[in-house]
Design a protein around this ligand. Structure first.
Ligand SMILES: [Zn+2]
Ligand SMILES: [Zn+2]
Length: 243
C-alpha cells in the first residue's frame, strides 16, 4: 500500500517544482510536453483534400488533384506534407521552438510529424534536414530542422544524414519577402556534401524542415539532390504558410 503511494507522490512532487504546462499558451495541463485542449482545437491541422504535390489544402472536395501553383510549375520534390497551418493559433509553437531555447518541445512535434508523414517515412531511405548556415548555427546553437529530423527518425526507425546537404550561402531571412525574391534569394544556397554523393545515388530522400512557405528552400534542396542522382525527394514540415 505504502509502496504504491510513493511513486505517484514523487511524480507529484516533481510536478509541483516543474508543473506541466501547455507548450503553446502555458496553461496548466496534466502531462509534460503537450498542448492543452483549447490550443489543440484552435490549431488548423492539415488534412485531405490537398494538392497531391505541395499539400496546399483545398477548401472543399474537388476533382482537382493539383493546385494552381503546381500546375504552372511542378516543384523538384514529388510531395510535401505539413502537420498544421502556420497561423495565429500555431505561431507561438513555431517561434518558441525556433528562436528560444524551447527544444524540449520537439517531442510532440516529432510525434505529429511522424504521423502526418507516415507514408513518406515508410518509403524513405534516408532523412535529411534542411541545413542552416554555419554562422547561423553559432548564433542559434542548434538547427531546428535537424532536431525535428532526429526526433522523427527515432520514431520511424530511419537514418538521418545530418551533413549530406551543406548551406554554402548565408541567405537573408526569407520572412516577408515575396515568392519571386525568395526563389532568387535561395538559388545556389546549397550543395551536396561530396562525401555523401555515392550514398545518395538512386535513394529516396525525405527532407525535413520546420516551416514551408513558398517551397523555395525545399525546391532548391530537391533540385540539388536530384542533380546528385537522388531518385526521389519528398518533404515533411511541421507547419505550412498559406501565401
Ligand atoms: Zn494551450
Ligand atoms: Zn500544389
Amino acid at each position: 500500500m505504502l509502496k504504491t503511494k510513493i511513486k505517484p507522490a514523487a511524480v507529484k512532487l516533481l510536478d509541483l517544482i516543474y508543473p506541466p504546462r501547455c507548450i503553446s499558451c502555458g496553461s496548466s495541463i496534466t502531462e509534460h510536453g503537450n498542448i492543452c485542449g483549447k490550443c489543440w482545437d484552435d490549431i488548423n491541422f492539415i488534412s485531405d483534400p490537398q494538392c497531391r504535390i505541395c499539400g496546399f489544402p483545398f477548401e472543399m472536395e474537388t476533382e482537382a488533384t493539383l493546385c494552381a501553383g503546381c500546375i504552372q510549375e511542378e516543384p523538384h520534390f514529388s510531395k510535401a506534407r505539413a502537420v498544421f497551418l502556420y497561423d495565429d493559433a500555431s505561431s507561438k509553437l513555431i517561434t518558441s521552438f525556433k528562436y528560444n531555447d524551447r527544444i524540449e518541445n520537439r517531442a510532440p512535434y516529432a510525434r505529429w510529424m511522424a504521423r502526418a508523414g507516415a507514408e513518406m517515412l515508410h518509403d524513405a531511405d534516408y532523412i535529411i534536414p534542411v541545413p542552416i548556415h554555419f554562422g547561423k548555427l553559432l548564433l542559434r546553437k542548434y538547427n531546428q530542422a535537424g532536431l525535428l529530423a532526429l526526433g522523427v527518425a527515432k520514431i520511424a526507425g530511419r537514418k538521418v544524414l545530418v551533413n549530406a546537404l551543406i548551406r554554402k550561402k548565408y541567405t537573408k531571412k526569407q520572412a516577408g519577402l515575396n515568392r519571386k525574391i525568395r526563389f532568387k534569394n535561395i538559388s545556389g544556397a546549397f550543395k551536396v556534401n561530396p562525401k555523401y554523393a555515392s550514398i545518395l545515388k538512386d535513394k529516396k530522400i525525405l527532407l525535413i524542415d520546420d516551416v514551408i512557405t513558398t517551397g523555395a528552400t525545399a525546391d532548391e534542396c530537391a533540385k540539388i539532390l536530384r542533380k546528385a542522382k537522388v531518385a526521389k525527394v519528398e518533404v515533411l514540415t511541421l507547419a505550412k504558410t498559406l501565401y
